[in-house]
Design a binder for this molecule. Structure first.
Ligand SMILES: Nc1ncnc2c1ncn2[C@@H]1O[C@H](COP(=O)(O)OP(=O)(O)OP(=O)(O)O)[C@@H](O)[C@H]1O
Ligand SMILES: [Mg+2]
Length: 456
C-alpha cells in the first residue's frame, strides 16, 4: 500500500515542523499549509488525513473542515484546538471531524490518533474493494464485441445503470445475451451491493410463481406453514430479473402491473401493502407486440415494461464480432480445460463468420467448448466444428431481388414450408434451418395456417 498522506495545517511554523518531522519518521508522506487557502489547495492533491488547527489567519478551522469534507467526504480530519474550547471540539465532531486534540499536544498522542484514524479508512476501503471484486464477474467488459450494435448496447446499459430504478425490457432471440445484460446492468449500478434476484416466469405454476414473487403469509394456503418473503422483498434496493416474461399467466400480469405502477404489493394472504425499491428487468425472446395482438399479453403491462426497451441483436447481424467472441471463448476454455489452443484456422474462421448462428452466442460458445474439449492441436479446423446444417452460409449477400420484385409473404411461406418438410416437421430443426427460434416458427405456422400433410 502507498504511504498515507497527511496534511498539517497550522500557522505556527514550529508546530508544523515538529509534526512533519515526527510523522515522516513514522513513515507518512507529509504536506504542510499555513493558512486556510493553502490548506484547501493542498487537500486537493489527495490527502488521507488532515491535522487542522482551529485558529487560522484567514479563516477558522470549522469552515475549512466543512469545505474539505464537501470536496472529499472520506478525508479524515483531526482538529487541533486550544484547551478551553470545548464548544469548538463539539462543533468539529458534528461537522464530521474524526477527532480533536487539545493544544499543547503530546506527539505520541497525535501519532496514536492518526494511526487509529487511518486504520478505519483502511478497513472501509477493504470492504469496498471486496464488494467491488465480488461484483467484478459481471462488469461491462463481460459483454464482448465492438460492432456498432454492441457499442451502442453498452452505452445504453451504462446510462441506465446510472439512472434510478427505471424498468427495462430486454428482447432478443435465444442466446443473444439477455441474461448477461441483466446482470451487467445490475452490477454496474449502485444497486450492485444489493441482491440480484432472478426468476423464470414459465418455470412455475401460477400460484407458486405468485408466492415466489410476492411472498405469502402464514396460512395463506394449505402448505403455507410459515410466513415467507418473496423476491421483490428480498431484492429491496437491488434488481429483480423476470425472465421469459412473455410466458407469464394473465392473472399475474395484472399483479405485476400494479406493482410496477405503485411499487407496492401484498403478500399472498396478506392485507397490508409492502413498499420496496427494486429495479425490474424483464426479458423475452417472444415478440411481445404480437403476443399483445393475439390477446396473450396485457397491453397495459406491455407499455409499462416497454419504457426502456433494449433489443439484443442476433449474432448473424454482427458477424464482425464472431472472431472476437471466438477468441474470448478460446481464452476462457483454455483456462478451464487447461488447454493451449491458439487459434482457429483462417478458412474455418471464415466459415464461422458466414454461418447463421440460429442459437446465437450460446451456440457459438457451445461449439467452441465442444471443439476444445476434443481438440489436440493448437489450431481448430473445420473438423472441430460439426455445426447444424454444416455451417450453412448466410444468404443475405447472395440473393438478388428480381427486377419485377417478389411477394415477400409468399416467399416466406414457401421457405417455412420447405424447412418444415425437410425437417419432418420438427419445429426446432426447421427453425434452425431458417435462423429463427421455435416461437418464431410457431408464430409463422399459425400465421400461414400451415398444417402437416397426412403423408409427410
Ligand atoms: N456479448 C457477449 N459477450 C460474451 N459472452 C456473451 C455475450 N452475449 C452472450 N454471451 C454468453 O452467451 C451465453 C448465452 O447468453 P444468455 O444466457 O445471456 O442469453 P439469453 O439471451 O438470456 O438466452 P435465452 O433467451 O435462451 O435465455 C452465455 O454463456 C453468455 O455469457
Ligand atoms: Mg436467458
Amino acid at each position: 500500500m502507498a504511504k498515507p498522506t497527511i496534511l498539517v495545517v497550522d500557522d505556527e511554523q514550529l508546530i508544523r515542523w515538529s509534526l512533519n518531522d515526527r510523522l515522516t519518521q513514522e513513515g507518512y508522506r507529509v504536506l504542510e499549509a499555513q493558512n486556510a487557502a493553502e490548506a484547501l489547495e493542498r487537500s486537493r492533491e489527495g490527502v488521507d488525513l488532515v491535522l487542522l488547527d482551529y485558529r487560522l489567519p484567514d479563516s477558522d478551522g470549522l469552515t475549512v473542515l466543512k469545505k474539505i469534507k464537501e470536496a472529499a467526504p472520506e478525508t479524515l480530519v483531526i482538529m487541533l484546538t486550544a484547551v478551553s474550547n470545548v464548544e469548538v471540539a463539539v462543533g468539529a465532531m458534528k461537522a464530521g471531524a474524526y477527532h480533536y486534540a487539545n493544544k499543547p499536544f503530546n506527539l505520541d498522542e497525535i501519532v496514536l490518533l492518526v494511526e487509529k484514524a487511518l486504520e478505519t479508512t483502511r478497513l472501509r476501503r477493504e470492504v469496498r474493494t471486496l464488494r467491488a471484486s465480488q461484483a467484478q464477474p459481471y462488469s461491462m467488459d463481460r459483454i464482448v464485441g465492438e460492432s456498432a450494435a454492441i457499442v451502442q448496447l453498452k452505452g445504453l446499459l451504462q446510462k441506465i445503470a446510472a439512472s434510478p430504478a427505471s424498468t427495462v425490457l430486454l428482447t432478443g432471440e435465444s442466446g443473444t445475451g439477455k441474461d448477461l445484460a441483466a446482470k451487467v446492468l445490475h452490477y454496474s449500478s449502485d444497486r450492485a451491493t444489493r441482491a440480484f434476484m432472478n426468476i423464470t416466469c414459465s418455470a412455475l405454476p401460477e400460484a407458486l410463481l405468485e408466492s415466489e414473487l410476492f411472498g405469502h403469509e402464514r396460512g395463506a394456503f394449505t402448505d403455507a406453514r410459515q410466513q415467507k418473503r418473496g423476491l421483490f422483498e428480498m431484492a429491496d434496493g437491488g434488481t429483480v430479473f423476470l425472465d421469459e416474461i412473455g410466458e407469464m399467466v394473465p392473472g399475474l400480469q395484472a399483479k405485476l402491473l400494479r406493482f410496477l405502477e405503485e411499487k407496492t404489493f401484498k403478500r399472498v394472504g396478506g392485507a397490508s401493502d409492502i413498499k420496496v425499491d427494486v429495479r425490474v428487468v424483464a426479458a423475452t425472446n417472444r415478440n411481445l407486440e404480437d403476443e399483445v395482438k393475439h390477446g396473450r399479453f396485457r397491453e397495459d403491462l406491455y407499455y409499462r415494461l416497454n419504457v426502456l426497451p433494449i433489443a439484443l441483436p442476433p449474432l448473424r447481424a454482427r458477424p464482425d464480432d464472431i472472431q472476437r467472441l471466438t477468441n474470448y471463448f478460446i481464452d476462457n476454455f483454455n483456462t478451464e480445460f487447461r488447454k493451449r489452443v491458439r487459434r482457429v484456422a483462417p478458412e474455418t474462421m471464415k466459415r464461422l463468420q458466414a454461418y447463421s448462428w440460429p442459437g446465437n452466442i450460446r451456440e457459438l460458445r457451445n461449439a467452441i467448448e465442444r471443439a476444445m474439449l476434443l481438440a489436440e492441436a493448437e489450431e481448430l479446423t473445420d473438423a472441430d466444428f460439426p455445426l447444424a446444417g454444416g455451417l450453412a452460409p448466410r444468404l443475405n449477400e447472395g440473393v438478388q431481388l428480381p427486377a419485377q420484385g417478389i411477394d415477400l409473404e409468399q416467399l416466406e411461406r414457401s421457405l417455412v414450408v420447405q424447412a418444415l418438410e425437410r425437417s419432418g416437421w420438427n419445429q426446432t430443426r426447421a427453425a434452425a434451418l431458417l435462423g429463427i427460434n421455435r416461437d418464431q416458427i410457431r408464430y409463422r405456422i399459425e400465421k400461414f395456417k400451415l398444417e402437416r400433410a397426412a403423408h409427410s
